[in-house]
Design a protein around this ligand. Structure first.
Ligand code: SF4
Length: 213
């Protein structure tokens, strides 16, 4: 079996386990997704969703965030952790949206990654989930699981993204990211992966994998 055949087989198996895998952040438009994604760094999606429920009622436009006082925004997002940095990133990013994009979130990788605090991962989340433009999101789960499965040897997220894009058809890029993220959170965990209950045990090349039960 080639790496490409194995990658497609892995994705097919994960489709069976997570047929409806989708983003777990709540949002109604690209701006809300951008803010939620910035807040999700080092925080659970459940916590972010609790915070954004009231945040999105208070701040509706990029101008609202750009004009917010640091203290006010920090208080609203406090429980997501690293709140000072996150408030700064949201305010700076939204100020740029107002200055350069009329308050709208742009829909190209180049324009998105030019925004303060927005890297390829966040840009791909927005493009794939709010703009209908396929991309592979490489977070800590996608990187780890892809390496364990032998789909990449790379540590650099950008190189992992490139490897996965070459292995998986474009139409599956967004779904694959969600499936691997769910799988990484629930089964192929960083510490003590649940190898005994792993649905793709036979396809895993990781020498550190546990015993099949
Ligand atoms: Fe992850 Fe273990 Fe499954 Fe390999 S066998 S993919 S390490 S859970």
């Amino acid at each position: 079996m080639t790496v490409k055949e194995r990658a497609i087989a892995v994705d097919k198996a994960l489709k069976g386990v997570y047929p409806d895998a989708k983003i777990s952040l709540d949002f109604a438009n690209p701006l809300e997704l951008l803010v939620a994604t910035i807040l999700s760094a080092q925080c659970t999606d459940e916590r972010v969703n609790k915070v954004t429920k009231s945040l999105f009622k208070k701040y509706k436009t990029a101008k609202d965030y750009a004009n917010a006082t640091p203290e006010g925004l920090e208080e609203n997002i406090h429980s997501t952790g690293f709140y000072k940095n996150k408030a700064k990133a949201i305010r700076n990013c939204c100020a740029t949206l107002v200055e350069r994009h009329g308050g709208d979130v742009p829909s190209t990788m180049e324009e998105l990654t030019a925004l303060s605090g927005v890297g390829r991962k966040t840009a791909n989340v927005i493009l794939g989930n709010a703009c209908g433009i396929p991309g592979v999101v490489v977070d800590t789960h996608v990187g780890r699981v892809s390496r364990r499965l032998g789909l990449t040897k790379e540590d650099d997220p950008e190189k992992v993204e490139k490897d996965l894009m070459e292995l998986i058809p474009k139409k599956d890029w967004v779904g694959l990211s969600h499936r691997i993220i769910h799988f990484g959170r629930q089964t192929c965990k960083a510490q003590k992966p649940l190898c005994g209950a792993c649905p793709i045990f036979k396809m895993c090349l990781w020498e550190g994998k546990g015993e099949r039960v």
